[in-house]
Design a protein. Structure first.
Length: 297
């Protein structure tokens, strides 16, 4: 705690070594703000895309489709038998046969709106909704094979797997972007610190001549650049949150563009960015300062 207090309060005499304004000061604040802004957007997109994929996967996990054989003569009998099997299966909340209009709407993207569905042997589809506990898919298939030959149960397991994999990859990509942003911040601040050290080389030589230690000199640079990075990151986070709040609501758009932002404990993630930026700046400036001072400026 004392180290953090010393970093905030600082030493007025040592602070004179580092100019409070200038190109390096503006560059540090600007770079930290931009990178923090991008980090907030990357986190929001990553978490939102993951939530959408998880929600779709959950919806698919609770729904299934039963396809009956396309036999016009036995269509009614097969439908009654299938519904009876589904209604007596534990874990099935509801089962509903799709109407002709609903099936035509499903086929319309492939065959157009003028498909004469009444004159074609189109398989009857039944929508199956599972309870939270779910049902035994293998057991249900066995019952259907015995009572409704030719019926095919699609529990959407093949569709869920890519969605869950996509959600995992999107989250990983978001964290990778944040790590890359941290690396860029470290590189920019290191360059800015090097430039500031070079610009004040004569002052540093004088301080050394009067007995100032390298730790004393480096501390002034570390403090200034750490505070600048933290300040810039705070501004960038605020701008990022404002930008996210201005995005359309889920009522206005659909699909992947719904609910972009943070929910629940997710709102804590942006608050971590300024301290992390300050820590990155602290490490980068300290390394650059001691490396440059060892070169005997």
């Amino acid at each position: 705690m004392s180290a953090v207090l010393d970093l905030i309060v600082g030493d007025r005499q040592a602070d004179r070594v580092v100019p409070p304004t200038g190109l390096t000061a503006r560059l540090t604040v600007f770079a930290a703000a931009v990178m923090a802004f991008l980090a907030v957007i990357a986190l929001a997109l990553s978490l939102s895309a993951g939530r959408v994929a998880d929600r779709w996967a959950q919806d698919l996990a609770q729904s299934a489709t039963l396809r009956l054989p396309a036999d016009p003569e036995l269509a009614d009998v097969l439908l009654i038998e299938a519904l009876e099997v589904l209604q007596t299966t534990p874990g099935v909340a509801s089962a509903r046969a799709l109407s002709a209009d609903e099936q035509q709407a499903l086929l319309e993207p492939w065959f157009g709106p003028d498909l004469p569905i009444d004159t074609l042997p189109v398989p009857q589809l039944i929508e199956v909704i599972a309870t939270d506990e779910g049902y035994d898919a293998a057991g249900l298939r066995a019952r259907l094979n015995g009572q409704v030959p030719g019926a095919v149960l699609d529990d959407h397991s093949a569709s869920r797997a890519p969605l869950l994999q996509a959600a995992s990859r999107v989250r990983s990509l978001g964290w990778l972007i944040v790590l890359l942003i941290g690396g860029v911040v470290a590189a920019i601040i290191s360059l800015a610190a090097q430039a500031s050290l070079n610009a004040n080389a004569q002052v540093i030589r004088v301080l050394r001549a009067v007995g100032a230690r390298d730790v004393y000199i480096a501390r002034a640079f570390v403090r200034r650049f750490t505070l600048r990075a933290g300040l810039g990151a705070t501004g960038g986070v605020l701008l990022g949150l404002i930008a996210i709040s201005l995005l359309p609501d889920s009522e206005d758009v659909g699909g992947l563009m719904t609910n972009i932002g943070f929910q629940g404990f997710g709102w804590l993630w942006p608050l971590v960015i300024p301290p992390l930026s300050a820590i990155v700046a602290f490490i980068a400036t300290r390394a650059a300062a001691f490396a440059r001072l060892r070169e005997q400026i």
